[in-house]
Design a protein around this ligand. Structure first.
Ligand code: BEZ
Length: 212
């Protein structure tokens, strides 16, 4: 087990899931992926998270992102729990949940933090690019459910900045002004960003979202 850092290759694995045995890379194909872990089945916060993730599936799909969840309970338990999630969250869980009974994937991705809990996975998130590199990691404690609007917002930023020489400022939302990459001189930036470059400081230049 090694800590995974941004830019590292996401480890591939084949695992039993609520939708049968799946290979992670084959499941992701050429698109983006989110792998996120949960402490345990039949727990309240996880139930709301998975229901929310299911409701966001179309938004993720529009961005070519596939989701895969994980907890350390077995596939039969996952299937029973999914019935509860569908019933209580008024949705349909429509992505696989890894049944990581032997903690193989949890170990690969360092999802068990022994000083938080010896056996259960924390709330980890890994966003993986089409090149299978890790683009973002998040770690939340069991007591705090994640914000799926934030995950969408991060995906929007990652996809925008992958193709344009820009970065996204604090609290940025899709369509808002973005920051010109510090490596580009302002004169050059004005030729690249034809919608205009606003120079607030030589190192702080804003431009309209080049894709909007
Ligand atoms: C939950 O998902 O509700 C939860 C799981 C483990 C500990 C605390 C809360």
């Amino acid at each position: 087990m090694a800590t995974l850092r941004l830019g590292d290759t996401a480890p591939d694995f084949t695992a039993v899931t609520s939708e049968g045995t799946l290979n992670f890379y084959e499941y992701l194909g050429d698109g983006w992926g989110i792998l996120f872990s949960h402490p345990a089945d039949f727990t309240p916060v996880c139930t709301t998270e998975l229901g929310t993730a299911a409701k966001f599936k179309d938004e993720f799909a529009k961005r070519n992102v596939k989701m895969m969840a994980l907890s350390v309970d077995g596939a039969e338990s996952h299937k029973e729990w999914i019935k509860d999630i569908n019933e209580t969250q008024h949705t349909e869980v429509n992505f696989p949940i890894v049944a990581d009974v032997e903690r193989k994937v949890s170990d690969l991705y360092d999802m068990i933090h022994p000083n938080a809990n010896d056996t259960l996975t924390v709330r980890s998130v890994f966003i993986i690019g089409p090149d299978k590199k890790i683009k973002l990691t998040l770690t939340y404690p069991a007591s705090t459910g994640r914000n799926f609007y934030e995950l969408l917002r991060v995906i929007d930023s990652l996809q925008l900045t992958a193709h344009h020489k820009v970065a996204t400022p604090a609290n940025w939302e899709n369509g808002q002004k973005v920051v010109v990459s510090p490596s580009i001189p302002t004169a050059e930036a004005k030729t690249i960003f034809t919608k205009g470059v606003e120079e607030i400081k030589p190192y702080l230049r804003l431009t309209p979202d080049p894709t909007a």
